[in-house]
Structure formats: structure tokens, C-alpha cells
Design a protein around this ligand. Sequence first.
Ligand code: HEC
Length: 131
Amino acid sequence: MKGLQIIKNQMKGIAVVALLMLMLLHTGCYYDVESELYPTTECLTQDMSYQVDIVPIIKQNCYACHDAANNFAGITLEGHGNLKRYVENGELLSVVQHVTGFSPMPKNAAKLLDCEIEKIEAWIEKGAPDN
Ligand code: HEC
């Protein structure tokens, strides 16, 4: 009778361990979903294109005040030649990075996303091509 009780208890123990392992396996799979592990940390900055990568950022965040029609403070960022002028004098990067001594841009709005700034930096590093 006592022997049977011990075996019963052992089997209970094994069942509990098996159940725990199943639960662990299950949650393990859940947390291994890549998009949940690394949600939005990836920022692609290779081969930046003026047309495809840079214009959309500037258009969305700066054109309201600095396109050809609304050239606040006499500054137009529309068109490659116009934007490049502010690349070359260092102001474009300084204003979006909120460097002290420059007026932080976009004015009265949230700072650009890190990834957007990184894209602009990468494009400038390649010589700010008209591509
Ligand atoms: C809501 C309007 C507005 C938006 C949006 C805006 N700017 Fe400006 N920007 C201004 C005004 C006004 C000035 C003149 C300086 C000031 O008043 O701060 C200025 C000045 C600047 C200057 C000269 C900076 C200096 O220190 O003299 C640069 C460069 C510039 N903006 C770039 C940008 C860029 C790049 C964006 C988008 C990321 C942007 N701006 C978005 C209104 C705006």
C-alpha cells in the first residue's frame, strides 16, 4: 500500500513538471516572435536617396513653413539645390539635432525621430547627392 502511494506521488510530480515544461515552451515561442522582440529598433540608413528617403521627411516636417510658397525666414528647403545650401552651411543637421545656438526645428513641434535624423546624417555623409 505504501509503495503504491509513493509511485502515485511520483507520477503526480512528473505530471506537474511536464505541465510546467509545456507552459515554458509555449511562452518561449510567444516571446521568440522577432517583431515583438525588436519592435521598431531597426533603422536602415544605407544608400539613402534624396527622392525616396530625404524628401518625404523634409516634406512632412518642414514644407509647411519652408517650401517655395511658405519660405519662412526666407528659407526654402524645397528642391535639391535649396536643401543642399543648408547642408553645406551645416544648418540643416544642427537645427534637427537641436544643437545649441541654432533654432530647433521643426519649430514648435516634436524633434524628428532618431531614425529620420540618422537617415539625413547618412545622406549628408555621402555628399548629399541628388539621387
Ligand atoms: C512652423 C513653421 C516651421 C517649421 C515646421 C519649420 N521651420 Fe525652420 N524656421 C521657421 C522660422 C520661423 C525660422 C526663423 C527662426 C526662428 O524663428 O526660430 C526658421 C528657421 C530655420 C533655419 C535657420 C536656423 C537658424 O538657426 O537660423 C533652418 C535651417 C530651418 N528653419 C530648417 C528647418 C527644417 C529642416 C525643418 C523641418 C525639420 C523646419 N525648419 C521646420 C519656421 C519653421
